[in-house]
Design a protein around this ligand. Structure first.
Ligand SMILES: NC(=O)c1ccc[n+]([C@@H]2O[C@H](COP(=O)([O-])OP(=O)(O)OC[C@H]3O[C@@H](n4cnc5c(N)ncnc54)[C@H](OP(=O)(O)O)[C@@H]3O)[C@@H](O)[C@H]2O)c1
Length: 280
């Protein structure tokens, strides 16, 4: 199953990389290992480590030639406080400079702030016209916000399309199944599931650990394959450990059987009513 725009369904998250200078060597090495073992998508943001996560990606990319860049999709995000038209453009230019990557494959508004959506969209459009981004999207937008954003996109007459919404989605955060995932599917947008391991908490869930063991899988493989059972989903788990990078990547090719999916539903119930969007 492919998703609109994204060439792969499992990428690498980079938060909270770049926050502790002592971890720099390990984090650069993790990003480089991920690229080497076949990750084709990296998610970052100007916010992560105040730009330092993007610097780490830049350092990791230096190990590879231009051919590696061509095989990689890089997603970054503009802070709402920078999301005026001019601010969006300059923030993107700074991100590209930090990573030395010439362009971003997708540029997201990290969450809603005080600038009108039209202002941010004008920035995105100018960036895409200049070839500095290949697409744009949003993050932490619930269903009504997605609709408002799409109205703004029509108002500015964008020649492009919003390709994705990056939101929290994991076994322990299923609320978006109620009406956001169906809306994104209807609009032809991908959704990028952040914190697909519940920011690590799911890895300590005894019931998930037991079910995974019974299935001959790891809890991470079950949690990620479960996210990816959704058409149009992309998962972006973060790890700095090479063995976990490999383990997480392997989940992209796993299909969970009906019995396991039912057992997961019993532990992590699907939503039966609208819930507020969960945000980390
Ligand atoms: N748009 C947004 O507002 C937003 C918000 C939050 C996150 N994000 C993005 O989503 C990415 C992922 O989210 P996240 O980092 O919050 O949570 P996550 O990927 O669900 O979980 C990461 C945690 O799980 C651990 N882990 C990873 N693989 C594991 C494995 N195979 N076995 C056991 N533990 C494992 C990691 O530790 P180790 O590193 O020690 O392995 C880390 O503590 C972020 O890095 C960021 O790029 C976006």
């Amino acid at each position: 199953m492919t998703t609109p725009f994204f060439q792969t369904r499992l990428g690498l998250g980079t938060w909270p990389m770049g926050e502790d200078a002592h971890s720099e060597a390990e984090e650069v090495s993790a990003i480089a290992s991920a690229i080497q073992m076949g990750y084709q998508l990296i998610d970052t943001a100007e916010m992560y480590g105040s730009g330092q996560a993007e610097n780490l990606i830049g350092k990791a990319l230096k190990n590879f030639g231009n051919s590696a860049r061509d095989d990689l999709q890089i997603v970054s995000k503009v802070l709402p406080s920078n999301a005026s038209t001019k601010g969006t453009i300059t923030a993107c230019e700074r991100s590209i400079k930090r990573m030395g990557c010439e362009y971003l494959d997708c540029y997201l508004l990290h969450w809603q702030g005080s600038y009108p959506y039209e202002a941010t969209l004008e920035g995105f459009i100018k960036l895409q016209e200049r070839g500095l981004i290949r697409s744009y999207g949003i993050s932490n937008f619930d269903a009504p916000d997605v609709n408002d954003w799409l109205v703004a996109e029509r108002n500015v007459g964008s020649p492009y399309q919003t390709v994705c919404n990056q939101v929290y989605y994991a076994l322990n955060a299923r609320g978006i199944e109620y009406n956001l995932i169906p809306l994104l599917q209807e609009k032809g947008m991908a959704f990028m599931a952040y914190s697909p391991l519940g920011a690590g908490a799911l890895m300590r869930n005894p019931k998930l650990i037991a079910l995974a063991k019974e299935a001959g899988l790891t809890p991470a493989q079950v949690a990620l394959a479960w996210v990816l059972r959704q058409p149009h989903a992309v998962a972006i788990p973060k790890t700095v450990h090479p063995e976990r990078l490999r383990e997480n990547l392997s989940a992209a090719n796993l299909v969970l059987d009906d019995a396991l999916l039912k057992a997961l539903d019993q532990i992590f119930a699907p939503p039966i009513q609208k819930k507020p969007l969960m945000v980390i």
